[in-house]
Design a protein around this ligand. Sequence first.
Ligand code: SF4
Length: 110
Amino acid sequence: MRIAIINCLKANEVCSGAGCLKALNSRTKHFEQYRDTDIELTAFARCNGCEAGIDDGFKEKLDRIINVGTEVCHVGVCTFRKDLEKECPVITQALAYLQEHGIRCVRGTH
Ligand code: SF4
């Protein structure tokens, strides 16, 4: 299974990515569904921030995720803005774009 992970740029200030990769490598949390499946990590990307939204650079990252043959994209739950009490609209839009291109999206990593 070819998997990409996208995380929130705000979270990136304190996030090493270790939690996501530990869950991926040990097939736990949101990656448990791949317990009996070979995995290839195709991308590990951040958004470009709230101000940027889906700017040209973030679009380029999404297109790269598509073009390398990603089958599933997981999004870190830290992308859910507490002030909005719902999913960040930039992430909603990004995932909709990936889904339009045939990529299954999963909200959650660990
Ligand atoms: S746009 Fe969304 S995912 Fe990106 S930094 Fe802002 S809250 Fe986080």
